[in-house]
Every structure is written in structure tokens, then in C-alpha cells.
Design a protein around this ligand. Structure first.
Ligand SMILES: *[C@@H]1O[C@H](CO)[C@@H](O)[C@H](O)[C@H]1NC(C)=O
Length: 278
């Protein structure tokens, strides 16, 4: 008992994550600035490049969140992403938030996707009910043995359940790193690629702060990930609370604009996890 709790302390990050200690630049250092005495990171996209950063280590299960203020004004054709990825090409596990920019005054779209054991194609899209460039909002991924939940502030916008019992793969064998990027994707991002990026509005910037990672870091003690006493495996995190379930229904009824589960032209045979309900 004593042994397992001290092991837990060793492998779970016991302090707020900071950019300097826990992340590294993966793409175009010159497009990343540290502002506000190092508390905030600014990602810049211009004609020459986008940019990105990643966590220094990977994690197995846990909860990752950051506050992001998205590209303001005319952000059509830009994509800001926050995701976890196992970085294993053919059997990739990945959990994505992608924020698709839009023309001024038009709603931002959040696309989510889940890859398990190399298979993705599970896109859902929600149009945000507020302007995510006016202020910082918290975006969170909760990942445990029961489900993966995507949150926008305290609103669950997507739940991917562990449906292994129905033969649906679930990410649980590989650790994932935490990534973020800002890039140009005007061939598909906004109204399916009809709206192009307006380079006269460049540079485009997104802002990040308050990084928070709690999970089993890898490398680390192998027993951490399967320890049922990790808080994120607790009863309160195994399913949505009644209040969360109500919020989730509200998002699905009012703000969902695309769900692969309903896309009969792409999937004439409904994917099995869709039949299992939300
Ligand atoms: C952009 O705005 C249009 C018009 O309101 C909307 O249909 C679309 O879902 C929005 N998002 C994207 C990414 O195109």
C-alpha cells in the first residue's frame, strides 16, 4: 500500500505544467513567442510558416487542459490544433481538437476525432456558441479506461466510450504526447475549402496559457497506468455526472453540425460505436 502510493507520487506530475519545463518547440521556433513574463505562449502563422509545440514526455491516461485564445477576426483557412498522439505511424492512437477558423463574425467550428489502433475517420463538428477569440477558454481531454471526454470549459462536447466489448478499438496500450499547432489548411478548413485564407490579414496569432497535465508519464513506473486509485479512474470520472449529461445533450441538440455517425454516404454501414449510443 505504502509502496504503491509512493510510486504514484513519482509518476504523476505533481505541479502545474509550464511551457519551459514540460514542452518543446517542434516546428518553427521563430514563430513562437513568450509574452506576459513567460506565462503566455503566442503561436504565429504567416506566409512563411506555421508553428507547433509538444510535450517532452508522453502520458498514459489522465487529464490534460490548456487555456487557448484563438485567432481573432478573419481566421478563415487557419487551423489551431490541440491533440494527443502516440506518434506510432501505423497503429497510431490520437485524440484531436481542431479549431477551424472562419470569416469575421461567422462561428468557429471545433472538429474532434479519435484514432484507435491506426483507425480514425470519427469526425464530429460543433460550432462554438461564443467567440473563442475574445477571451481565453479552457479545452480539456480526460482519458481513462472507461472513456475519453472532450470539454470546452465545463461543457462536455464529445464522449468516446470504451466499446471494446463490441469489438471497437480503444486507445489504452500506448502513451500519447500532448501537441499543439497553428497552420494553414484553406483547402478544407472553412466551408469545406470554399473560404480561402486572407494573407493580407497575416500574421495570425493564437495564445496559450495555464497548461495542466495530470497523468502517468512515460517513461515512468509501468504500474502507474493500471493503478485504479489514480483519481481520473475514480467513480466520478467513469461517466458524466447528471449535470454534465444535461450540458452534453444541450450541445448535441443545439450546436453539432456534423457527426460521422449520421453520415450515411460515407458510412453505409453504421460504425458499431455509433449504435452503442452517445
Ligand atoms: C463558418 O461559417 C459558416 C456560415 O455561418 C458555417 O456554416 C460554418 O459551419 C462555419 N465554420 C466553418 C469551419 O466553415
Amino acid at each position: 500500500m505504502l509502496l504503491s502510493s509512493s510510486l504514484l507520487l513519482l509518476c504523476v506530475l505533481g505541479r502545474p505544467a509550464t511551457f519551459e519545463q514540460d514542452f518543446r518547440v517542434t516546428w518553427s521556433e521563430s514563430h513562437i513567442r513568450h509574452i506576459d513574463q513567460g506565462r503566455t505562449v503566442q503561436l504565429i502563422l504567416d506566409r512563411s510558416s506555421g508553428c507547433g509545440f509538444a510535450s517532452k514526455v508522453k502520458y498514459m491516461f489522465g487529464r490534460v487542459s490548456m487555456k487557448i485564445k484563438l485567432v481573432p477576426g478573419d481566421s478563415a483557412g487557419t487551423v489551431t490544433a490541440f491533440y494527443m498522439n502516440s506518434d506510432t505511424d501505423s497503429v497510431r492512437d490520437e485524440v484531436d481538437f481542431e479549431f477551424l477558423g472562419n470569416r469575421s463574425g461567422q462561428p468557429y467550428t471545433v472538429q474532434t476525432n479519435v484514432y484507435a489502433h491506426g483507425k480514425g475517420d470519427r469526425e464530429q463538428r460543433v460550432n462554438l456558441w461564443f467567440d473563442p477569440s475574445a477571451d481565453f477558454h479552457t479545452y480539456t481531454i480526460l482519458w481513462n479506461h472507461k472513456h475519453i471526454v472532450f470539454y470546452v470549459d465545463d461543457m462536455p462536447i464529445r464522449v468516446y466510450k470504451n466499446n471494446e466489448a463490441r469489438g471497437v478499438p480503444y486507445p489504452k496500450m500506448q502513451a500519447m504526447g500532448v501537441y499543439s499547432t497553428l497552420w494553414e489548411a484553406d483547402n478544407w478548413a472553412t466551408r469545406g475549402g470554399l473560404e480561402k485564407i486572407d494573407w493580407s490579414k497575416a500574421p495570425f496569432s493564437a495564445y496559450y496559457k495555464d497548461f495542466n497535465i495530470e497523468g502517468c508519464s512515460v517513461p515512468g513506473p509501468a504500474s502507474c497506468a493500471s493503478n485504479p486509485s489514480n483519481w481520473w479512474e475514480g467513480a466520478a470520472y467513469q461517466e458524466l455526472s447528471a449535470i454534465e449529461a444535461r450540458k452534453y445533450r444541450w450541445v448535441r441538440i443545439n450546436h453539432i453540425v456534423y457527426d460521422y455517425c449520421q453520415d450515411k454516404s460515407r458510412f453505409p454501414v453504421t460504425p458499431p460505436e455509433c449504435l452503442a449510443g452517445i
